[in-house]
Write a new protein. Structure first.
Length: 306
């Protein structure tokens, strides 16, 4: 287990101000809860639990981005449950928090390392809390929506703001957008007009972008063996597991089980870019889905800077 004391701070990846904060499930002492809440400062939301069983339930049933466990609260009875969390949810990072030295501290720290918790945050000095925020910022940068927008930022360099807004809504809006009607409402465009503009630009339909984009997020979640297909369908706002199954079959022609074994979040993102971005990149860099210039207005070569 590596101990974090001080490293050069990193800059967190950012998108729109509407992006939700990270959700961190914790098992901490009462004093540590207060200090973690102060350190959060809007960057993350701590969900405090009193036992490892409650924390494991949160990881299974909710959208949790990271796990933070106090060395002082850890006991041998928690080993099996903690090992399950680390093994079944490899995409959810787990950190140990050290704020005080006790007689049991060395044993607890070693036990956490043995079950797979590889990072110990030494918060006995102020720099430790800075490191907690930096580590979570690094995890945010690896989240699928941030990876996606980071890749698209390069693909669509110079695209108009409303074109970028379409993709930003697709990957960051909560609840997730699942229809052209919902997308049009948030872009202040009549759904029929939105579809017509994609058609006239000879682009795939906005529904195709929405459908494949949803599966990029689904593939990333399904990388965690501990998340069932039912849980993933609920987290992605499908009406039922059957609706998720129909969606996968319609878009990819395979079952959810085959989808899980065939795609990771990264490979599904690559398919999204290969199928829907790369063949149309020059069009997208000039595409304005929310506004249409008059017919007499000459096509501009203006490149927009975000």
């Amino acid at each position: 287990m590596r101990t974090i004391r001080h490293t050069r701070p990193i800059n967190p990846t950012t998108t729109s101000s509407a992006s939700r904060p990270l959700t961190v499930a914790t098992v901490l002492t009462p004093l540590e809860r207060v200090r973690v809440d102060v350190a959060a400062d809007g960057m993350f939301e701590a969900v405090h639990r009193s036992s490892m069983d409650e924390l494991a339930a949160d990881v299974r049933e909710q959208r949790v981005d990271a796990v933070l466990v106090s060395v002082a609260r850890y006991d041998p009875q928690s080993t099996a449950r903690m090992a399950d969390v680390v093994r079944e949810f490899p995409r959810i990072p787990a950190f140990a928090l050290l704020t005080d030295m006790q007689r049991s501290t060395p044993h607890s720290a070693l036990e956490l390392g043995r079950v797979g918790v590889r990072t110990l945050i030494d918060a006995r000095s102020p720099s430790g809390w800075t490191m907690l925020r930096d580590l979570l910022a690094r995890e945010r940068a690896t989240d699928v929506q941030y990876q996606t927008l980071g890749a698209l930022d390069g693909d669509l360099a110079g695209a108009p703001p409303d074109c970028w807004r379409f993709f930003e809504l697709l990957f960051t809006h909560r609840p997730y957008l699942s229809s052209v009607r919902q997308m049009g409402r948030h872009m202040n465009v009549v759904p029929g007009t939105l579809m017509s503009r994609f058609y006239r630009a000879k682009l795939p339909s906005p529904k195709r972008y929405i459908d494949v984009g949803r599966l990029v997020r689904a593939a990333r979640l399904l990388e965690n063996p501990g998340l069932s297909i039912t849980t993933v369908s609920r987290q992605l706002d499908y009406s039922s597991p059957q609706a998720f199954s129909r969606h996968v079959r319609c878009v990819l022609g395979m079952s959810p089980v085959a989808f899980r074994s065939s795609y990771t979040g990264e490979s599904m993102l690559e398919r999204f870019r290969t199928e829907l971005i790369a063949p149309h990149v020059e069009t997208l860099r000039q595409f304005r889905p929310a506004t249409a210039p008059p017919g007499w207005y000459p096509r501009s070569q203006t490149r927009y800077v975000r």
